[in-house]
Design a protein around this ligand. Structure first.
Ligand code: SF4
Length: 389
């Protein structure tokens, strides 16, 4: 998860545009938000824990002056929900200073930390991307291409360095990124809804392995690394990320009570309830229980995804396999645990057809256990907490 946004628009209030873009991407991350601006030479970053509207106000936005801006909304998938991990992250290297916002999880971050060779201030896997670019003696475009070659796993990135805006997608394209224009000025964002909100026009998706650089000379898009033979846009992007989900189980349960109030009319009725997915099962069990408590006669649950049976290593905050209800029992077992009258899942073929994309273009690993990359032995979210590199 996480939402990213970037814009280069001299003469416009780029921080305010980034703010609105982040509002549109708030559903991708609700733990922290931040904006970095550049006036060509100097980089200024404001980031904090909280929602976009809590982190920024009129006073702070008016202090962010520049020609370029990037923004980020975070949902932690590597590194704790702490101020140090709020993005954009800034890294000062011997060659340049770099700000980045990152969506996705890298699967080779330990090797990258060694290669980056400089001390990191955060415990997420994102600062290492900034460090690799900041420490590289080559010109910026070459440093970015080399960094992209080194990254394994999921990395949709926006950044600022040397008065330029850059953005790229990893070679598999796990997480989305779109390119748009606002009266000719370039805008990039995780999803086209952010372009709509700032009045920009969608031009196209950024392809896996493509690098976008915007500077005084215009916008350059290059295939900096070859697209993987098997590209792998996350199939969950099509149905799971379209609404807020709280990262902590306690907040989730509280959120359910605030979000759902069964109507008195459910009493005595046979209900069909549609949900987008079942991961641990605890949320679903609570909803089914609330409906029976309100007097429902039957609750028939239909799920618009197949059973989730394996963890995500590419930036979706799922449970570990032993916490996943469908990994340890069959459909009847899941039905019994959540207490529904009946339960049925959408088939993998049905979900695939609904995306209108070929199987070869998507990652479906948490449904099939067929991962498009090597996966790390230890992918615990907090594995860098005690010893930042
Ligand atoms: S493992 Fe699942 S959630 Fe993760 S990128 Fe692949 S399809 Fe998406």
């Amino acid at each position: 998860m996480c939402g990213v946004f970037g814009i280069r628009a001299p003469g416009r209030d780029v921080a305010r545009l980034a703010y609105f873009g982040l509002h549109a991407l708030q559903h991708r991350g609700q733990e922290s938000a931040g904006i970095a601006v550049s006036d060509g030479g100097r980089l200024t970053v404001l980031r904090d824990l909280g929602l976009v509207a809590q982190v920024f106000d009129e006073r702070t936005l008016s202090g962010l002056q520049g020609e370029l801006a990037i923004g980020h909304t975070r949902y932690s998938t590597t590194g704790a929900n702490a101020w140090a991990n709020a993005q954009p992250l800034l890294h000062h290297g011997p060659t340049r200073t770099v700000a980045v916002g990152h969506n996705g999880n890298l699967v080779n971050v330990e090797a990258l930390q060694e290669r980056a060779g400089s001390r990191l201030a955060s415990t997420s896997d994102s600062e290492v991307i900034a460090a690799l670019v900041a420490n590289d003696e080559r010109p910026l475009t070459e440093a970015l291409a080399r960094t992209m070659r080194l990254l394994q796993g999921a990395a949709t990135v926006v950044g600022l360095a040397e008065g330029k805006l850059f953005a790229f997608r990893d070679r598999h394209g796990f997480r989305p990124l779109v390119l748009g224009t606002l009266d000719g000025d370039p805008v990039v964002a995780s999803e086209s809804c952010a372009l709509d909100l700032v009045g920009a026009r969608l031009e196209r998706e950024v392809r896996p392995g493509e690098l976008v650089i915007a500077d005084d000379g215009g916008v350059t898009v290059t295939q900096a690394v070859p697209e993987a033979q098997r590209s792998a846009l996350c199939i969950f992007e099509f149905f799971y990320l379209a609404r807020p989900i709280q990262p902590e189980q306690g907040m989730r349960e509280q959120g359910i009570r605030m979000k759902f109030n069964p109507l008195a009319e459910v009493a005595g009725k046979r209900l069909v309830v549609v949900d987008d997915s079942i991961i641990r099962g605890s949320t679903t069990r609570q909803i089914v229980g609330m409906l029976f408590d309100a007097g429902a006669a039957e609750v028939h649950l239909r799920v618009s995804a197949p059973p989730v049976v394996s963890p995500c290593f590419y930036g979706m905050d799922f449970a570990s396999e032993d916490e996943m209800i469908a990994a340890r029992t069959d459909v009847e077992g899941v039905r019994a645990e959540i207490g529904a009258t009946s339960l049925a899942y959408l088939s993998l073929e049905g979900l695939q057809a609904a995306t209108r994309r070929p199987e070869s273009a998507l990652c479906r690993a948490c449904l099939t256990r067929d991962y498009p990359t090597a996966v790390p032995v230890n992918a615990a979210k907090d594995r860098f907490e005690s010893a930042p590199a």
